[in-house]
Write a protein that binds this ligand. Structure first.
Ligand SMILES: CC(C)(COP(=O)(O)OP(=O)(O)OC[C@H]1O[C@@H](n2cnc3c(N)ncnc32)[C@H](O)[C@@H]1OP(=O)(O)O)[C@@H](O)C(=O)NCCC(=O)NCCS
Length: 462
């Protein structure tokens, strides 16, 4: 297929630029406690050991469980990559079939969608809706719904989803509702003491499938449309596109979305992964942990950058306007969305794959083509100046938004799509970390005063 050929060509060229003699840094076991140089924002800090993913910022390479991301984009698919991240190895055919069946089953979230539909989804940012929806998903599979916490049928005689527990002591049937809810909050004796209480593979699969269903439903609700039932005959990527648009995607659209999902699935100890891990390390549960990941991803310095890129390209408008815009942005010390990275000081390997795919798609898309031309012109400028001086190159967010635009996806859904993929890395890293858990607890340096005298309000200076 054309898409695979484009990926192979782009990645072969990028691999040929790598230094074959370079020794990868930050690998191998460390002896705890470790000595390292830490900058603000924990830059350079080592928080844990992992086998899940590796990034070589100097060489522009990226691995999932030892496999080069370029090979995975060329030969694999998102479902297989999820298995790889969660279980640490590529699945056999029968393992894959069983995993795929579970993923497909977990696509159905009618209860969660019913709860979500009670909220003004059309007025909320979709990341806020997604965050909320994962909290609703939670009540299905956490210990609160385990056998120990489930109500006895005689107590749940009139459970009505719309009833609200009262402050006053309820009577009759409503008393049963009250007890039903109270019963669900009983904490089993072993809660918090086992890794399974905080996360389980079922919950990871539930979240990986579920975030796609929820994102698609949120997109439709925002447009005043009803959510769609999943199609079990479609792959994860194709079903996601179908559930968003109501149209079965072409093989090319399916393949491009699949590659986007593979590329965004994991990326080291980025802010959202770290946020998810911090919450999980308290032995909170995986749904709350992933919710924190979603919250962290929503910011413009992280996942939100792909939305910012599209706004920026529209703001610049034409290729002719690029030099003047860039000169002003440099003068104002503006950080240009879609460029730069804490780890990469060369081309982000994900941008290496996405750039030719965007170019391929815009060739047939008159609306997005002018924006792509602006993007190319700006890239040339930035790379020629900031690339050499500061190691600033396009990152993953620079071309992903243009690709989604070619597929007719609204800008505000770009960051949720990031979450649809990154949930694989979040869940895998949380599971791995919980295997050898230690609660996260960095320190801050106090730079305030000591021993200040407390002054009563009436005596304080204005
Ligand atoms: C991703 C990002 C937060 C990394 O930040 P960081 O590692 O803390 O890098 P710094 O902010 O320390 O930047 C180092 C230098 O490069 C410059 N720089 C970094 N990103 C830049 C950008 N996107 N545009 C212009 N200059 C940039 C900084 O101004 C700084 O210059 P200085 O040394 O003269 O002060 C940052 O590059 C950024 O804000 N990029 C835009 C948002 C984005 O695309 N995010 C998605 C990342 S996948």
């Amino acid at each position: 297929m054309e898409i695979t050929r484009l990926i192979s060509e782009a990645t072969a060229a990028a691999v040929s630029r790598r230094d074959p003699g370079a020794v990868p840094g930050w690998t191998g076991r460390v002896k705890w406690p470790v000595t390292c140089t830490v900058g603000p924002g924990l830059e350079g800090a080592i928080a844990c050991e992992t086998k899940i993913g590796y990034i070589d910022g100097a060489q522009g390479s990226m691995l999932y469980q030892g496999y080069d991301i370029y090979d995975l984009c060329t030969h694999s698919n998102f479902e297989e990559v999820c298995y790889l991240l969660l279980y640490g190895k590529l699945p056999t055919e029968s393992q894959m079939a069983a995993f795929d069946a579970k993923l497909k089953e977990a696509r159905y979230l009618s209860d969660t969608l019913r709860l979500l539909d009670n909220f003004p989804v059309e007025d909320m940012h979709p990341m806020a809706s997604l965050r909320l929806a994962t909290t609703f998903m939670r009540y299905r599979l956490t210990w609160r719904d385990s056998a120990a916490a489930r109500p006895r049928p005689d107590e749940a005689i009139a459970s009505d989803e719309d009833s609200i527990p009262m402050e006053t002591k309820p009577r009759g049937e409503s008393r049963a509702i009250y007890e039903f809810r109270r019963q669900r909050l009983l904490r089993p004796a072993n809660a918090g003491s086992t890794r399974d209480d905080a996360a389980s593979m079922e919950s990871c699969i539930h979240l990986i499938s579920g975030l796609a269903t929820l994102t698609a439903a949120i997109s439709r609700l925002r447009q005043g449309k009803m959510p769609l039932e999943p199609d079990p005959d479609l792959s994860h990527a194709a079903n996601f596109l179908y559930m968003m648009s109501g149209r079965r995607p072409t093989p090319e659209e399916e393949r491009v979305m699949d590659v986007c999902l593979i590329l965004h699935a994991d990326h080291g100890m980025n802010a959202s992964t770290f946020a998810a891990m911090v919450v999980a390390s308290t032995l909170s549960d995986i749904y709350l942990s992933i919710g924190s990941g979603i919250a962290a991803l929503s910011g413009p310095l992280h996942g939100g950058a792909n939305e910012e890129v599209l706004h920026l390209l529209r703001e610049i408008g034409t290729c002719k306007a690029v030099p003047a815009w860039f000169a002003k942005a440099t003068e104002e010390k503006r950080k240009i969305p879609g460029f730069g990275h804490r780890v990469y000081k060369t081309y982000d390997p994900r941008a290496v794959v996405l750039s030719p795919l965007a170019e391929h798609l815009v060739a047939r898309n008159k609306e997005v083509r002018p924006l792509f031309r602006v993007a190319r012109a700006l890239e040339k400028r930035v790379v020629a100046t900031l690339g050499k001086n500061k190691g600033i190159y396009p990152n993953v967010d620079y071309y992903s938004g243009l690709i989604y635009s070619c597929m007719g996806i609204p800008v505000e859904m770009f960051t949720p799509i990031f979450a649809v993929s990154r949930v694989a890395g979040w869940t895998a890293r949380v599971m791995e970390y919980l295997g050898n858990n230690r609660i996260f607890r960095p320190r801050s340096i106090y730079i305030g005063e000591h021993g200040k005298e407390f002054v009563p309000a009436k005596d304080r200076d204005a």
